[in-house]
Every structure is written in C-alpha cells, then in structure tokens.
Design a binder for this molecule. Sequence first.
Ligand code: NAP
Length: 211
Amino acid sequence: MTTAVVGTGTLGSVIARLLASGGETLRLSSADNESARTLASEIGPAAVLAGDNRDALQGADAVVLPLRFTALKGVIDEIADRLTDKLVVVPSNPLGIDAQGNVSRLLPTGQASGEVLAGWLPVGARLAMAFGTMSADVLESSSRRSPESAVLFYVTDEDRAGQEVERLIRTAGFEPVKAGGLEQSTRLEVGGELHDLVVDTAEARSLTDGA
Ligand SMILES: NC(=O)c1ccc[n+]([C@@H]2O[C@H](COP(=O)([O-])OP(=O)(O)OC[C@H]3O[C@@H](n4cnc5c(N)ncnc54)[C@H](OP(=O)(O)O)[C@@H]3O)[C@@H](O)[C@H]2O)c1
C-alpha cells in the first residue's frame, strides 16, 4: 500500500525508512523538497519524490505528518481536500521553542493535541496520533526487535483508523497498542507517562488497561 510522508526531517526520515523496509510504497514531500529528494534517493524505488505536499497525497492510502506543531495547521489547510477518506497519522508533540531555546507546550494544560487536530481536519479524514512517542534514534533502533517486538502506542477515536494505523505500526516493525481515544493524546507526548518507553506488549497492556 502507499503512504505519503509530508515532512522528511529528523523523525519523518526515520518513519519513512522503517515503513519502506517493511514493504510500504512512499510518496515524500517537505518544505522545499530538498530533504525529501535526498531521502527518496537513499530509500530507492520504494519512495517517490512528490512534486509538492498536495501531490504527495495522490494515490496514497494514508498520510503521516511528521511536522513541527506550528507547521501543522498550515499544511493541513493546504492539503485538506485530499484528506477525505484517508488515514492521517500525526506524531507531533505540541511544543514550541523560543529564540532563547526554551521549549514550552503550545496548548493549555490538559488540552489534548489530538482533539485540537481533529478540529483542524476535514470531515471524512480519520485521525490517529502515533509514531511520536520515542525519539527518532530510539524509534529506529527499536524497530523489528527480537525476540519480542517493541510497542508503539497510538490513540484514535475511530475503529477503522485504529486498524489502519496498526497496519502501519506493524509495517514499521512494532507491535501496536491503543492507549485510548484522542482525548488521551497527552499520555503519548513529551512529559506523558507513555512517552519514551520501549516496552513489550505485556508491559504496555498493563499500562493501558481498559483503553
Ligand atoms: N525528532 C524527534 O526525535 C521526534 C520524536 C518524537 C516526535 N517528534 C515530533 O515530530 C515532529 C517533527 O520533528 P522533527 O524533529 O522531525 O522536526 P524537523 O527535523 O525540523 O523536520 C520537520 C520537517 O517538516 C518539514 N516542513 C516544514 N514545513 C513544511 C511544509 N510547509 N510542508 C512540508 N513540509 C514541511 C521540513 O521540511 P524541510 O526538510 O524541507 O525543511 C522538515 O522535513 C515534531 O512535532 C516533534 O515534536 C520528533
């Protein structure tokens, strides 16, 4: 199947490599497309360099948006009409960094980024928050762990989005575990209790009992 990856920076390039190594076909774009071009040539025939963000969605079954939170709304508005009936996977943490390098949460305490994002998407897009729970290097090194796969947590409000994101998580070499609905996305982000964990399924289930 085909997944668009819009944003091929530190995290997006790892996600793209993992999906491609699991057999997914990719369509890549980035802000000026240079990083997407470099990544497409590194991955080879499984990855196509799209003309732009809208073109990346052409023929794609799903899209992953590994973008800084501040870039998300603009990109979603740009591609909105192409998101209907697609899985939209967002790994972004709702963080900003000021000129002094101070990092802060961009949403009010307790407000779930998953719910904010759901409000930015067009009707018919299916949202799952996933792939942002580990740093990019840990994500890459934890993929296809043996003998027991490492878990990637996700949240979504929709059963179909859950099935689709589980397929992508397995394609990337992890075992999926649902941590709840979109209102639970704070658990996945930096500072949340499920962030930066590399655990097996039994441990993950004990942490998400009842989700
Ligand atoms: N890095 C991590 O370890 C990590 C781990 C977990 C979660 N996350 C989350 O993942 C998100 C991305 O983080 P990152 O570290 O990968 O950031 P990054 O290295 O700065 O990459 C951001 C990417 O977004 C692209 N971009 C910016 N504006 C765009 C636009 N208008 N259209 C298309 N692409 C655009 C950039 O394009 P160019 O390449 O052309 O500049 C770049 O490829 C953040 O929200 C972060 O919280 C990151």
